[in-house]
Design a protein around this ligand. Structure first.
Ligand code: FES
Length: 112
């Protein structure tokens, strides 16, 4: 899979290291960043059920992000919700000498 790598703001990294679900934007789309079990994880900022803000949610003991609005749990390995057939994208993170980058899949031509 080919990715385009986008820098994540330093302040977002700092918030995530403090144990928060840190939110940031690239273009008009929002993403969340966490630091957990010695690994970075990034995922969509909005819940696919009804656009709940994951940054106001929490991570449970099963490594799921819990949406604060209706408490759906999303597995941070697969992105799959425990119910409802909902799914969030989990994004790759690169750490280049302390600067984090978010990987977004390269878009194909307009007719593909
Ligand atoms: S908006 Fe997230 S569970 Fe409903």
């Amino acid at each position: 899979m080919a990715y385009e790598w986008h820098p994540i703001p330093v302040t977002v990294k700092k918030l995530a290291l403090e144990g928060k679900i840190a939110e940031f934007k690239i273009g008009r789309k929002g993403y969340c960043l966490i630091w957990r079990n010695e690994k970075w994880k990034a995922f969509d900022a909005k819940c696919p059920h009804a656009n709940g803000p994951f940054a106001d949610g929490w991570i449970d003991e099963n490594d799921c992000v819990i949406c604060p609005w209706h408490r759906y749990a999303f597995d941070l390995k697969t992105g799959q919700a425990e119910k409802g057939g909902f799914f969030i994208e989990i994004y790759p993170i690169k750490d280049k000498k302390g600067q984090l980058f978010l990987g977004l899949k390269k878009k194909k031509g307009w007719f593909w």
